[in-house]
Design a protein around this ligand. Structure first.
Ligand code: NAP
Length: 273
């Protein structure tokens, strides 16, 4: 893929960094152009390094500033890691950070050589290549480098760009934390199924498979809007309509979700910095 960088350093190859790395290799990134730095690489990562030949933990002083440096360490590690990352960042290096809550300002303060920075917020379905990432590029990121960041983030799913960094908190509240809301939906449906007379294991299997299958239907037909998919399975006066009268009523799901997402957004703002 032509948008992939000629040199790429990944700092932090844990769950999210490791998923991205495997995605890049699958996209056709040349392993010789890829270096990963992680103090305790997993055995899986070491096996991928042996199989493909990407550079894993070469001496830090031997790493030349790459075209792109991806920061996938835990946010609380940035303070301590900043000084060792700074020499890896040249004037032309684009930083792509997936650290939750760390602003562009936090990054340029800690990694003093940083100029062009993309701040991104992925979510856990990234582990199966089906994540969605919200991303923001600062003013130093030109169009070519934005395209490159988009290609790299696309290795773990879809990408949506926001024009204002503050909107990353809203992204965090909707899609970053969102998988937990969907898992809770399964739990609640199963609980309600038990209350309706089903055994716990049958109720859970029904609820779980319903969410799995409905997600897959949406995925396979991206042109059909969610409300249309809902209408398609709702006959007037039928059983689904009876349930939706409750879920879409004044104390239904919409105001509850609005409050939940507002709370997550507020918390994301508090944790930033
Ligand atoms: N998982 C998610 O759903 C998700 C969603 C959105 C954003 N994020 C962000 O993604 C980032 C990574 O999360 P994760 O779940 O992948 O965490 P993780 O599995 O703990 O990965 C972080 C990796 O960085 C390594 N590391 C620590 N200090 C380092 C240093 N100085 N240089 C290089 N590597 C270092 C860690 O090693 P040790 O384990 O030895 O410390 C670990 O392998 C976080 O900032 C998180 O906010 C994650």
């Amino acid at each position: 893929m032509s948008q992939l960088p000629k040199s790429l350093v990944l700092v932090g190859a844990g769950k999210m960094g490791g998923a991205m790395l495997e995605g890049w290799l699958a996209l056709g990134l040349d392993p010789a152009s890829l270096t990963a730095v992680d103090p305790y690489p997993s055995t899986d990562l070491q096996a991928v390094a042996t199989a493909t030949g990407f550079h894993l933990n070469p001496p830090m002083e031997s790493i030349a500033p790459p075209e792109v440096l991806v920061l996938a360490i835990k946010p609380q590690t940035l303070e301590a890691a900043g000084p060792s990352i700074a020499p890896l960042v040249g004037p032309q290096t684009l930083i792509v950070s997936i650290m939750a809550g760390k602003t562009v300002r936090n990054i340029t303060d800690r990694v003093t050589s940083a100029r062009a920075v993309v701040r991104a917020m992925p979510n856990t379905p990234a582990a199966v290549g089906r994540g969605i990432t919200g991303a923001y590029a600062n003013a130093s990121v030109d169009a070519g480098r934005k395209t490159m960041a988009d290609a790299l983030l696309s290795a773990i799913g879809k990408v949506e760009w926001v024009a204002d960094e503050e909107l990353i908190d809203a992204v965090t509240a909707v899609s970053g934390s969102g998988p937990a809301y969907v898992f809770l939906l399964v739990e609640c449906m199963a609980q309600a199924g038990i209350a309706a007379g089903l055994t716990p294991d049958i109720a859970m299997r029904l609820a779980r498979a319903t969410v799995e299958g409905s997600g897959e239907l949406m995925y396979r037909d991206p042109q059909v809007a969610a409300d249309q998919l809902r209408r398609n399975v709702t006959s007037p006066g039928g059983t689904t309509a009876a349930a939706l009268d409750v879920l879409m009523g004044p104390n239904g799901l919409a105001p509850l979700m609005e409050r939940a997402i507002a709370a997550a957004k507020r918390r994301a703002g508090e944790l930033s910095g």
